[in-house]
Design a protein around this ligand. Structure first.
Ligand SMILES: [Zn+2]
Length: 134
């Protein structure tokens, strides 16, 4: 793994400390590397109405759009958790990331006690897309 991806993974692990997960105890952090070189992090935020919970990846994404504008592109994503669990992005996050991730963006996460790395197009083939952007 490159130093750049290793640093991104470290950033995701660090931000996981800020997770708000009083119901599941599953503390997740995500870090996005944008084409500008900026790194934007996010963490999961749970809610007593469980369905309102937002994942770390989507939290990072909405923060990135707010901070960097709608034209951002994602070059890499790292996801880590403090629970030693496999943590590839969930289906909802994959679809949200599809809007901004380059097809060859590297997605790095833990699975089976190892760091896995995949291209975004491998992680979400055939993402839903209407091609209706104005
Ligand atoms: Zn998710």
């Amino acid at each position: 793994m490159s130093l750049e991806l290793s640093s991104l993974l470290d950033a995701s692990l660090a931000i996981a400390q800020n997770s708000y997960a009083p119901y599941s105890g599953f503390k997740v952090g995500a870090a996005l590397l944008l084409s500008s070189g900026a790194i934007v992090t996010g963490t999961n935020v749970e809610n007593v109405s469980y369905g309102l919970t937002i994942c770390a990846e989507r939290a990072a994404l909405v923060r990135a759009v707010a901070e960097c504008g709608p034209g951002l592109r994602i070059r890499a994503v790292a996801v880590a958790n403090l629970n030693n669990a496999a943590s590839p992005p969930c289906g909802a996050c994959r679809q949200m990331l599809a809007e901004f991730a380059e097809p060859d963006a590297e997605i790095v996460f833990f699975a089976d006690d190892q760091v896995r790395s995949m291209r975004f197009a491998e992680l979400l083939p055939l993402a839903f897309n209407t091609n209706m952007k104005a």
